[in-house]
Design a protein around this ligand. Structure first.
Ligand code: ZN
Ligand code: ZN
Length: 246
């Protein structure tokens, strides 16, 4: 475990000191890798392994439309390019690599979770207004979602997503390691809520956990109905603004 942390530290420090072009190429490659690998693993798990093992259940039984995966991956890779570009700003905005204490880490992470949910909810609501909906239509082309729908977005929406961490870091500087981990966890979470698979059917739709967090069934309603369930990791703001369904 120790050697893994030390290797991760070395990688981050190297990226921090690398020249701009090398850092950019690495950032884009890592984003593409997380996106492609995450989507591939998601499809393998939800379409092969988990059904075979009797774990969970598929949500929308229809297959993806012809050409849908190709379209989503094409959009997703452009989004990864934008996300990679934006992540270069972490190098300027960061404060060291890790927080100085567990207390500081808890404060930074909880503040970011609150900020991210408010920012995501607000920008998502804005993207559903008449003026901006053309930039969000790309994401809603996927009605029967796949793990690759996660970053199948218009470049403008990708820029809005990419702005989350830099904007937060202007308010509360994060260690570079913390920023990268939070960003990677966000990417994985986004992939999970688009996996078209009920991961916890045994809990029942009225279980408190399913009523609190955003999960694939909840986000699927957003893709099928459009004007509900805007939240990112939880449904608190949806409940507050009466946009929660399911
Ligand atoms: Zn939407
Ligand atoms: Zn979505």
């Amino acid at each position: 475990m120790q050697w893994m942390l030390e290797s991760f530290d070395t990688l981050i420090s190297t990226w921090l000191q690398a020249n701009l072009l090398a850092a950019l190429l690495v950032a884009i490659a890592v984003h593409c890798l997380i996106y492609l690998l995450g989507g591939g693993i998601g499809i393998l798990l939800t379409e092969k392994l988990m059904p075979a093992l009797g774990i969970g259940r598929p949500l929308d039984q229809r297959p993806a439309k012809p050409g849908q995966l190709q379209r989503e991956i094409r959009n997703g890779l452009i989004a990864c390019l934008i996300l990679g570009l934006a992540s270069l700003s972490y190098r300027r905005l960061c404060d060291g690599i890790w927080p100085e204490s567990w207390l500081q880490a808890a404060f930074q992470i909880s503040s970011f979770v609150v900020f991210n949910n408010i920012y995501s909810y607000a920008t998502h609501r804005l993207l559903h207004t008449r003026a901006l909906s053309r930039f969000h239509r790309v994401h809603h082309l996927s009605v029967r979602v796949t793990p690759y729908s996660s970053y199948s977005v218009h470049p403008i929406e990708a820029m809005i997503i990419a702005g989350t961490l830099p904007l937060f870091m202007l308010l509360i500087p994060l260690g570079l390691g913390t920023a990268l981990v939070l960003h990677a966890v966000g990417m994985v979470y986004t992939t999970c809520i688009h996996c078209n698979y009920d991961l916890m059917p045994s809990l029942g739709d009225h279980h408190w956990l399913k009523k609190l967090i955003n999960h694939p069934t909840y986000h699927r309603f957003h893709h099928t109905l459009g004007n509900v369930n805007y939240g990112f990791t939880n449904r608190l703001l949806d409940l507050l603004f009466k946009t929660s369904k399911g």
